[in-house]
Design a protein around this ligand. Sequence first.
Ligand code: ADP
Length: 628
Amino acid sequence: MSEKMEFQSEAKQVLELMINSVYSNPDIFVRELISNASDAIDKLRIESLSDPELADFAKPGRIEITIDKDAKTLTFQDNGIGMNRDDLVSFLGTIARSGTGEFIRAMKEAKNGAASDLIGQFGVGFYSAFIAADSVTVETKKAGDDKAWVWQSTGDGTYTIEEGSRETNGSKITLHIKDRKANDDDTSYEKDYLSIWDIRSIIKEYSDFVTYPIYVNEANKEKKEDEKEEPVNSMKALWTRPQNDVTDDEYSEFYRHISHDWENPLDRIYYKAEGTTEFRALLFIPQRQPMDLFHPDGKHGVQLYIKRVFIMNDCKDLIPTYLRFVKGVVDSEDLPLNVSREILQQDRLTAQIKNSLTKKILDAIAKMKKDDAEKYEKFWQVFGIVLKEGIATDFRHSEDIMKLCTFESSDGKKTSLEEYIINMPTGQDKIYYLTGSSLKNLENSPKLETFKKKGITVLLFGDPVDEYWVNTSGKFDKYDFVSAAAEDLTLPDVKGNEEETKVEDTTVEESGLAKKLKDALGALVEDVKLSDRLVDSPVCFVQKGQEISPQMRNLMRSMGQPVPEEKRILEINAQHPLIKKIADESESSSFNAKEWSGLLMGLASIADGEPVANGKEFTKLLTDLLEK
Ligand code: ADP
């Protein structure tokens, strides 16, 4: 009996978009359905390795496409894993992927033509069938199951499922091809999906490297006696072909196939390792961040092949986490074909491959930095934030990664660490940095005043990850990293910038203002001190011990980590007119230490770009004072 069911609401919306959008490139549905077929064959092969009962079903993979001009149908058939009833409901009736809402919004906003560019990225592959079809039927049988099923939909919000009669494992997807509308008669760019030649050319263009043979036939057509079955695709693994033989277009198409991206890659890395371990790698750096880049269970981009046989996707053991944005294929000659994730994790060979791939990728980025500044800049904007994780997590390569970094600095220019060191004035032997929640706050920080006066550049670290790596690594080359917000900061006398000896005004010191403020503030601060670092500003906060910024504290709290106690020190500028005034005032009996200290705390927070702890009270204090 046939059962009628509703698509989940996101799926419904996606379908509606598929049916009603205009595509710059409608042909992509062919690629999507072939990819699914190829994935299904992969899946059966992988599962049969651990489940001997499935081994009987894993025949040499093949994908058959049949055109029936009379029935106006185009059929994709595979001998892969197949689907049971639950699979059909959860895989074809819903979209479980995160970011679907975003996708729907982006599709709605996309200009005509840009829509198909979005499809691949969000992995709504199967639904793309409705670009070309007004009804879709899936006949399928899961390997090892007794029952077969038929799924059917016209994309109108509902689908039906009933028992079927398919005898072998795998799936057969039949598209009833839409009639062309009268106004579609500009066929100069549109292909006919019922023409064997058009379908062949689409396969050649998009799916040539699929590793299973794809056959295209016409239904009801007698085969000639001696006609040999020839696959349309060459099935040649791109990474085994001499590089000169492969065009950029072929590489890009392959990249799109494995990455589900719609753009060309930013960079391509090919590597053939010979010697103790033998493997080839064809890797790509995308142009933009994948959506799951910061997702805890986001995908890694590398597929493992062993001797040209696909083994697994998402192979975390071959590429370090901070290079998870790299997509591609690694094909090993030495690993055993029955390798599992568990074995990979402990395998010495895997560690070797990972190490040499890491080195290769970092070299490629270094080359990009040297030879193509514009491309590198683009790369750094998109992936710098991820790459920097490696400084803290990959001890072996941390120095190499540091060399790839570019930072904003207090003199308004971007700089690498090597350039920073070259440009240090004589006398400076440390790398100074300041961390904070945004570049804008950092640029205006009063903590930079004395550095600017001395002509010492400070690196501005605005990414949360900067705080993380700088605290773990501590050094570049032989130079220590020192925070410009450290309590015990002593700046070197820098040559060419000797300070004029000026008469120090000691009235503030003599008034004992610092102690009076500290007494009023109590536990709110660790201490109040006269500042050596301020020039134009009256106050600032500095940190005692290891510095942990407010955003880092929030992050640690949200991860359930213990957050070390905050030890802030309020520094006051004894040469500043406001502080001098307050010092004067503090000697009178009517001095309200609580009010004044509250005001100075507020000013110090504002200077850091952080919210004032008690905004209402602060505003009242300030208003009262201004009135006076
Ligand atoms: P994706 O392929 O990106 O996961 P699709 O919408 O194309 O998204 O497919 C959804 C799911 O449906 C697949 O992940 C797979 O589990 C299942 N599926 C699709 N086509 C087939 C097929 N030919 N054989 C077996 N399972 C399939």
